[in-house]
Design a protein around this ligand. Structure first.
Ligand code: ADP
Length: 495
């Protein structure tokens, strides 16, 4: 039994969606089971929304968006409301961390110090953007009207109703990444969190109401992606879809969104390389490589799941990395001092375990062979595979678990070629003391973000997204606000 569950008021009554400021069950009353990954036991149920619920949520968001109160709301009021929401999240940080930890199997200390803390930063950062939106004045000639005199400018307007669809690996963070820039831009939003991890998003919707956002500004619907998610994406009155999740679902959403020309941001999978140069600070690089793959049990789209180590340091590097991986404290998310928790679900634990077998069949050398742990919950321990080749499935496919595929290189060119040898392009890291090598190599790596001497570090002001199969568009930063705005050009004839 997870001791955190008992003290959660929020879990003491049935969870309901938040639509137009009201708590709602699914229109047909259907519910989904929600399981604690640390124990494998059901701890609550969720409304399994469908098309009718999606429609109600979109209507609520539209009504709020069109309302005079919203249309006339000054940017400074939006800024204050978003800041107020950040304050409430901070006030409820312990509760939110507990909920996130129970629901997603996240070690409790990490949920508080990393996930919830970063959500507060994200809301505060985007609050500031609400009062800093600008258009431009432009010099125009209008060459077909040589005698005319003109004044031209652009203005930015909110796209309207935004749908955010989020995955289970960073539930409250991804909710914040979608909600905060949409509100800063003056949009209203319907969020559809992942069915495995919807709890903190529902709590966030309540806090948004408490902060003073009008009913319908922030709606959260729950249920299966194939049902309520697909209905939202197909809905003709939705203006933009911002999705984070798998490549296959992102492709389906992108195609469906084009039927009504919705704006889309798709942040998809990755198979991110970690390149360790011969001059790297080994203390930093070994710990960096271990954290890059094993943080959040490898269930991270930017996980450093491919390691390329310079041949001259391979033996020492792999030995030290393996030591660190073995020393990671594995345990239930509610236990003290745990770094490495369970996989999100039984089916995911099975998928990850299967990849360990695939690596075996492909002929890798196990520096460390992980396994399904013989205890309750969905635990799979860390795996490090050496001697991998580019054409192996374990090198090409996103495993989304604690499985590292390592090999060596001898030249910078070779390292770049290996790093760029998948269809993904989300992230990568380079470990070196040579500033020239760091910059030159980062320019050649196909990825939305390249870290030098660090990995998996984010800043609200730093745009994040992918190239290649890793997606379209950027979350965070000014780019995320822009993605929720339409640009309008105005041309005024003066003479
Ligand atoms: P995973 O395979 O890891 O569960 P998905 O990409 O399928 O990842 O899920 C990410 C999010 O997308 C979840 O909230 C899920 O419910 C939602 N989703 C899944 N399928 C669809 C779909 N066809 N349309 C809209 N949303 C979907």
């Amino acid at each position: 039994m997870n001791p955190l569950i008992q003290k959660q008021n929020f879990l003491s009554s049935p969870l309901r969606m938040v639509i137009g400021g009201q708590h709602k069950d699914a229109s047909d009353g259907a519910r989904l089971s929600v399981v604690d990954p640390s124990t494998g036991a059901e701890f609550t149920t969720l409304p399994a929304g469908g098309a009718e619920d999606a429609d109600a949520a979109v209507k609520a968001a539209r009504n709020c968006f069109e309302s005079p109160a919203w249309q006339k709301m000054k940017p400074v009021t939006r800024q204050r409301l978003i800041n107020k929401l950040a304050d409430l999240i901070e006030e409820h940080a312990e509760e939110l961390a507990d909920l996130e930890s129970i629901d997603g199997g996240k070690p409790r200390g990490i949920a508080r110090a990393s996930d919830v803390a970063s959500v507060i930063d994200v809301f505060r950062y985007f609050a500031g953007w609400a009062t800093k939106l600008t258009g431009e004045t432009l010099d125009v000639s209008v060459p077909r009207m040589p005698d005319g005199e003109f004044f031209a400018y652009t203005s930015k307007q909110p796209v309207g109703v935004v749908v955010g669809i989020t995955p289970w690996n960073f539930p409250i963070s991804m909710a914040a990444w979608k909600i905060a820039p949409a509100l800063a831009a003056g949009c209203t939003i319907v969020l559809k969190p992942a069915e495995d991890t919807s709890v903190t998003a529902l709590r966030l919707a309540e806090l948004a109401l408490e902060a003073g956002f009008p009913e319908g500004a922030v709606n959260v619907v729950t249920g299966r992606g194939s049902e309520v998610g697909a209905a939202l994406v197909a809905h003709p009155d939705v203006d933009k879809v911002s999705f984070t999740g798998s490549v296959a679902t992102g492709q389906a959403i992108g195609r469906a969104a084009m039927d009504t020309m919705k704006r889309v941001t798709l942040e998809l999978g990755g198979k991110s390389p970690v390149i360790v140069m011969p001059d790297a600070d080994l203390d930093w690089a070994v710990t960096g490589a271990a954290m890059a793959i094993f943080f959040n049990q490898g269930q991270t789209c930017t996980a450093g799941s491919r390691l390329y180590v310079h041949k001259s340091i391979e033996a020492e590097f792999m030995a030290r990395l393996t030591e660190q991986a073995k020393a990671l404290k594995i345990g239930a998310a509610y236990e003290d001092g745990v770094f490495f928790g369970p996989m999100i679900s039984e089916s995911h634990a099975q998928k990850v375990s299967k990849y360990i077998e695939v690596g075996d069949a492909e002929g890798v050398t196990f520096t460390l062979r992980g396994q399904r742990l013989d205890r309750e919950g969905f635990f799979v321990s860390p795996t490090i595979m050496s001697g991998t080749h580019q054409d192996m499935q374990v090198v090409q496919e996103e495993i989304f678990g604690p499985v590292l595929a390592a090999s060596t290189f001898e030249t910078e060119e070779e390292a770049i070629k290996l790093a760029n040898g998948t269809q993904f392009g989300l992230a990568g890291s380079i470990w070196t003391k040579d500033i020239r090598a760091g910059h030159q190599m980062s320019a050649k790596i196909q990825a939305g973000i390249v870290w030098i001497n660090c990995h998996n570090l984010f800043d609200p002001n730093l745009p994040f997204g992918g190239v290649g199969l890793s997606g379209v568009g950027r979350d965070l930063g000014k780019s995320a606000v822009e993605a929720n705005l339409e640009q309008k050009s105005v041309l005024l004839r003066l003479e």
